[in-house]
Design a protein. Structure first.
Length: 370
């Protein structure tokens, strides 16, 4: 016997829903929405596309109070249409909060989408989500938003790797709000505690000393020595590019690959990476977006002129107006590379040729002997 679509079932319940569908009052819209929710729940995993589409259409029409009630109703449901859950996760934060916090239907890719598209408040809720996975944690750490990092540090159920936790400790040097939750975090080990000790106040130093049974006098002496070392004048600027840290480079390559596989790697990510001084991240992202090898991108970054880098950036859709400031940020962190002094019009004209031609020219020029 063929399955019956719940929306076409006869009976009193269906008759009531049909009457509600003809009403324009918000109360009746809420009753209609919750009635359809009952039908979808009753049909389990086999709910029809018709019901899912109807759900999405109604949600777009109703007021925020009704959407908030629906989000609370669906926050722990395993039977809700995934598309609807994703829509609610990107709604106003008061509506999205229970969905982001509890919905079992939000996968890592969906949470990464929230991190990339939504507000800081949404990102904080992702970082607070119980048991948030390692892939999502990597994206949070990469984005380095202080408030989101702090929420992650407070989430003791998050799947934070040892290198990831080290990044949190390093970030606490500048982000004071991280220090207290990191001091209490079960993932804090003695080596990282010694590093954290240098940046916290007296009360937290006492807590660290008691937790790890450290000799605080030795730690205080070590901090004093580090301060004296930091006051030593820095060496003269090198005329060669800064060397790549292989371990960090591999971590960032994996992160970029995850973003790409999740469909979240876009030109705007390159701009942000360059402005934040994340040069290895920038190089790996540009390589994947353009379909180049990272070695070719690094050749462009260390070239005697900015033209190659301009071509590579133009080929992935970076805007001409953005490139000069990106180049300035890159040069600050690479000992002045790519060289060539002032950015001339010949490099900027590469952005007028279109992405496809810029990509072809980059591939042709990158293989020429220097």
């Amino acid at each position: 016997m063929a399955a019956v679509d719940p929306v076409h079932q006869s009976g009193p319940h269906a008759d009531v829903l049909l009457k509600l569908a003809h009403s324009r009052t918000q109360d009746d819209r809420q009753r209609l929405l919750m009635g359809i929710a009952d039908l979808v729940e009753a049909s389990g995993q086999g709910h029809s596309d018709t019901l899912s589409d109807l759900f999405l259409t109604l949600v777009a029409q109703v007021e925020r109070d009704i959407r908030a009630a629906l989000a609370e109703r669906l926050s722990e449901a395993t039977w809700a249409p995934p598309a609807l859950i994703n829509v609610l996760a990107l709604d106003e934060i008061e509506i999205a909060r229970p969905i982001i916090a509890r919905s079992p239907l939000l996968k890592d890719q969906d949470l990464i989408g929230v991190l990339m598209q939504a507000t800081i408040e949404h990102q904080i809720e992702v970082a607070r989500r119980p048991g948030v996975g390692a892939t999502v944690v990597d994206v949070i750490l990469d984005r380095s938003e202080p408030a989101v990092l702090t929420a992650l540090a407070c989430n003791q159920t998050a799947d934070i790797s040892e290198p990831g936790f080290q990044k949190l400790v390093e970030a606490s040097r500048k982000v004071a709000a991280l220090r207290a939750p990191l001091t209490r975090h079960p993932r804090l080990n003695e080596a990282l505690a010694q590093q954290l000790y240098a940046w916290v106040g007296q009360a937290l130093r006492q807590a660290i000393g008691e937790r790890f049974r450290m000799d605080v006098d030795d730690l205080d002496n070590a901090i004093a020595a580090a301060v004296r070392s930091a006051s030593t004048p820095a060496p003269a600027r090198s005329s060669t590019p800064i060397a790549v840290d292989p371990e960090r480079d591999e971590m960032e390559r994996r992160l970029i690959a995850k973003l790409d596989s999740a469909g979240q790697l876009r030109p705007g990510y390159l701009v942000r990476a360059a402005r934040e001084g994340r040069i290895s991240l920038f190089e790996n992202a540009l390589a994947i977006l353009g379909g180049y090898s990272v070695q070719d991108i690094r050749k462009a970054v260390t070239a005697p002129a900015p033209e190659l880098l301009a071509l590579a950036c133009a080929s992935v859709g970076i805007d001409r107006a953005v490139f000069p400031s990106m180049l300035a940020e890159i040069r600050i962190r690479t000992n002045g590379f790519p060289q060539g002094g002032h950015l001339d019009s010949s490099a900027l004209r590469r952005f007028d040729q279109g992405p496809e031609l810029a990509g072809r020219l980059f591939r042709q020029l990158i293989v020429l002997p220097e």
